[in-house]
Design a protein around this ligand. Structure first.
Ligand SMILES: Cc1cc2nc3c(=O)[nH]c(=O)nc-3n(C[C@H](O)[C@H](O)[C@H](O)COP(=O)(O)OP(=O)(O)OC[C@H]3O[C@@H](n4cnc5c(N)ncnc54)[C@H](O)[C@@H]3O)c2cc1C
Length: 463
């Protein structure tokens, strides 16, 4: 870390707080890759870990048979080291290398590819590293590598500041940032990575470095977009922005007959490119509704009057439920959170679309999605969302300024399917691919002409 940002969290004695636990099961996406194609460098055993880590603090039940890669991460047991500071991360990396043990890093646990889970290897979990320090004088915020956006909002809110973070506050900070990252404030302030000032990280040989515009510039270029591949980030320093007043947001639900009006509003939204706005809309099956409904999450960083004026054409479509209001940014950032379904199974993927959307495509997606919900009533946490964030600030940054090439006049689509019965795994993955494929065959699909086919952090499944 350059001396400019002088925040470090290194507890004097950290060994006592380090624990190794059995791998937990909450992941957004099961991995479906064939085990046989994955080279394994070694499997973790209790003895291996005891030789480096204090045996008294080992309470894991390591399953020796471990690697059943089939479909569900829940079936794959490995070991987790819960590190508490940068030097422990370095120690864990060096241990894994020395013993030829495959390892991964975990922060918020929202990976859409399962890349923060290991099948028999070591998970270096940063979930105990969630400190955040806000410096109101310099308007900078230093965040430990395992923090989630809720932690950041808690720290910045008392100073009337906010950092550009994910739209969902329960995702990790590091994962989204290292892949580029977007959120409700992206329209005004750019991608999450564009607001990153420096990182402290542990490289593959255990070396600890600080990367910024002043030091290790090439590494700093790389972590902003391709960061998950270059090391373990233990601290991130962000630029913060003034955001003292409440913002407008919440949820609206419409019946499907309002879809043409909503698509018309989305077209208008795209044409306006109002930097203070945001609009997520798509398909969801709330339990109160008989059929798949249209879920809309509006956002406006401005007064109630301005928000009312901006969203007037949408609100005039008479939503069947309107739970929007002025609220703190901290609250707003929780609106898009997806409740974890611990025993549930999930798959996630996304792609890119241009506006205006073809109404035949969206009708077709509705019919397909609705049929899935009809057939599998316990899949009702599933959503298909078009995520409209104004792109002006994102495309202002030259494509080669960072490793994030995901800058264009297009928008993300995210598809999350949730279910419970392992017997439905194959069907659900097939449905997800079918929905993606419909979008990719349409004229709205942006990936054909652009640098990217999907946001790297949404690339959970391919058609
Ligand atoms: C419900 C949901 C909502 C989402 N909303 C948004 C959104 O609004 N905006 C957006 O940009 N993205 C969003 N995403 C995508 C999100 O950015 C990625 O899933 C992201 O990788 C999650 O990061 P994490 O730390 O929570 O997950 P993890 O599973 O812990 O990590 C994800 C990846 O990042 C790596 N990683 C994590 N921490 C570190 C670290 N400290 N150093 C190095 N590598 C690390 C992991 O090894 C893994 O490869 C959403 C995803 C979900 C499931």
């Amino acid at each position: 870390m350059s001396s400019q940002y002088n925040y470090h969290y290194e507890p004097a004695s950290s060994m006592a707080s380090r624990r190794i636990i059995e791998e937990d099961s909450y992941q957004t996406t099961p991995q479906a890759t064939d085990t046989d194609t994955i080279p394994l460098y070694g499997q973790v055993t209790s003895e291996d870990l005891s030789s480096t880590f204090d045996p008294e603090i080992i309470d894991m039940q390591l399953k020796e048979e471990m690697l059943r890669r089939k479909v569900a991460l829940q079936e794959s047991k490995g070991a987790i080291v819960e590190v508490t500071c940068t030097s422990e991360v370095s120690e864990a990396v060096q241990f894994a290398r020395k013993n030829h043990i495959k390892f991964v890093t975990k922060a918020g646990g929202h990976s859409t590819t399962g890349s923060s889970a290991s099948h028999g290897g070591l998970v270096i979990s940063l979930t105990k590293m969630r400190h955040v320090v806000t410096d109101p004088a310099s308007k900078t915020v230093c965040v430990q590598g395992g923090a989630i956006w809720d932690d950041v909002n808690e720290s910045t809110a008392p100073y009337g500041l906010a950092v550009v973070g994910s739209t969902a506050s329960h995702t990790g900070v590091a994962g989204p940032t290292l892949g580029g990252g977007f959120g409700w404030l992206t329209g005004r302030y750019g991608l999450i990575a564009d607001n990153l000032l420096s990182v402290r990280m542990v490289l593959a040989d255990g070396t600890i470095v600080e990367a910024s515009d002043e030091s290790h510039q090439d590494l700093f270029w790389a972590v902003r977009g391709a960061g998950q591949a270059f090391g373990i980030v233990t601290e991130l320093v962000f630029r913060a922005h003034d955001l003292a007043a409440p913002v407008y947001g919440g949820t609206l639900i419409f019946t499907v007959d309002r879809l043409p009006g909503i698509l018309e509003f989305a077209k208008r939204f795209d044409e306006q490119q109002d930097e203070d706005s945001g609009l997520f809309f798509g398909l969801a099956a709330p339990s109160a509704a008989d059929r798949t409904a249209i879920l809309v999450l509006p956002f406006y960083n401005g007064s109630q009057e301005k928000a009312d004026e901006f969203f007037a054409p949408l609100l005039s479509l008479s939503p069947s439920m309107n739970k929007t209001s002025m609220m703190s940014y901290k609250e707003l950032n929780r609106v898009a959170n997806v409740d974890p379904v611990p025993e549930g199974r999930k798959c996630f993927s996304g792609t890119k679309v241009y506006m205006p959307l073809d109404k035949h495509l969206v009708n077709d997606l509705w019919e397909h999605f609705d049929a899935i919900m009809e057939k599998y009533p316990r899949s009702r946490h599933s959503v298909l969302m078009f995520e409209l964030i104004p792109y002006g600030k994102t495309i202002e940054v030259p494509i080669d300024a960072t490793a994030c090439a995901d800058r264009g006049r297009y928008y993300n689509v995210a598809i999350l399917l949730c279910w419970y019965d392992p017997g439905h795994d194959a069907a659900m993955h097939t449905y997800l691919r079918a929905l993606l494929s419909k979008i990719k065959k349409s004229d709205c699909y942006a990936g054909q002409k652009e640098n990217v086919q999907a946001y790297a952090n949404f690339a959970g499944e391919r058609p």
